[in-house]
Ligand binder design. Structure first.
Ligand code: F6P
Length: 379
């Protein structure tokens, strides 16, 4: 048997209709949204339609498979005109963890995985396709052990899954953050201010690093590289000596000072990650405590990075990944996640998909590039 990881793009699929491995599949978009999800849905539905596979969509992630009446039939007409739209036409939920499913009106959770399996059986659904981040991919792995054939499509604006070179949503998020840095430059220069822009990135600083380089930031602080405040103060002073009275700092939400902790605004609960926030404000307080005389302002870009129309790149990548997932279904290549390697779409076993986060390498080329154009990284 040939190695399914060596699939070309697109993978060979059976030509005879009766050789197609599935008749009916369910698609869901789990976790937080990311620009490009609708391109995935559209690509999947259109390719599945060509292959004669019926598609159902589960509304709001796993909610549609736990609650009755929340599965919708997705046809070609259902996905018309959705490429430019942000979000997901199916809705997303990062509360609908099927293994710690919230009990309505209480703080309790229950294991709803058996309900999900039963619902799939009741609707004669052969396989489950999940677009999501590492959390959703780990659910996929658990459902495989419960006898449900699953396929994953990686989704995260943070671009922090090691098994794929890129995830859709990242390019749009970097565009938005770069636009924000560009906009902050003019007001920073007019007022001689230190401007701090807090961007998303819990454990991986890709958005901060890429937008910071693209926008010409003076300082970039990443979760992977705990920072020394003194180095940032020195950078502000150095700029002053050159007659540059403003400084632009990009800080990832997961960045922290050396010896300090990540800034959390809401503790995590069973099956849910803590909510991060406050990295920018903390940095401003640290700079004030070091007697930086400039006026300072903090901008938290927040969910603007997740919203809005996807970039053309993310629409293309989403379309490719959605169509590829349908081909994997047709071929019966379950237990795998679609991924991009170089410019080619492939797939990896789901176990590899959640094995390892993709973090910025402090000794890597991109950090080197940042340093070589004079950007201060805090360490
Ligand atoms: O996983 C992507 C991400 O954008 C993180 O960087 C961020 O911490 C998180 O989502 C915020 O998610 P929400 O506020 O929707 O729970």
């Amino acid at each position: 048997m040939s190695d399914p990881t060596s699939f070309s793009d697109p993978p060979p699929v059976p030509s005879a209709p009766d050789a197609i491995a599935v008749k009916r599949v369910c698609l869901l978009t789990g976790g937080g949204d990311a620009p490009g999800l609708n391109a995935v849905i559209r690509g999947f539905v259109r390719r599945a339609d060509q292959l004669g596979i019926e598609v159902y969509g589960s509304e709001d992630g796993f909610e549609g498979l736990v609650e009755p009446g929340r599965l919708v039939r997705l046809r070609r007409e259902s996905v018309r005109g959705i490429l430019p739209r942000g979000g997901s036409i199916l809705g997303c939920s990062n509360r609908a963890n099927p293994f710690f499913y919230p009990q309505r009106g209480t703080k309790e959770t229950r294991d709803a995985s058996a309900t999900v399996v039963q619902r799939l059986r009741d609707h004669h659904i052969d396989a489950l396709v999940m677009a999501g981040g590492d959390g959703t991919m780990s659910f996929a792995q658990r459902f495989i052990t419960l006898g449900v054939p699953c396929i994953g499509v990686p989704k995260t604006i943070d671009n922090d899954l090691d098994a794929t070179d890129l995830t859709f949503g990242f390019d749009t998020a970097v565009h938005t953050a770069t636009w924000a840095i560009d906009a902050l430059h003019s007001t920073a220069a007019s007022h001689d201010r230190v401007m701090i822009l807090e961007v998303m990135g819990r454990g991986a600083g890709w958005i901060a690093l890429c937008s910071g380089i693209a926008g010409g930031a003076d300082v970039i602080l990443l979760p992977e590289m705990p920072y020394e405040v003194d180095r940032i103060v020195a950078k502000i002073q150095e700029r002053e000596r050159y007659g540059l009275h403003f400084t632009i700092i990009v800080v990832a939400e997961g960045a922290r000072p050396a010896g300090g902790d990540i800034s959390v605004i809401e503790q995590g609960q069973a099956g849910h990650l803590p909510r991060l926030g406050g990295a920018g404000d903390r940095l401003m307080a640290e700079l004030k405590a070091r007697d930086v005389q400039h006026e300072m302002r903090v901008t938290v870009l927040g969910h603007l990075q997740r919203g809005g129309s996807p970039s053309p790149y993310d629409r293309v990548l989403g379309t490719r990944m959605g169509a590829h997932a349908a081909d994997l279904c047709a071929r019966g290549a379950f237990g795998r996640m679609v991924c991009l390697r170089g410019t080619t779409l492939r797939s990896v076993p789901l176990s590899e998909a959640i094995d390892k986060p993709k973090l910025v390498d402090p000794a890597g080329q991109l950090v080197h590039t940042a340093r070589s154009v004079g950007i201060e990284l805090g360490c």
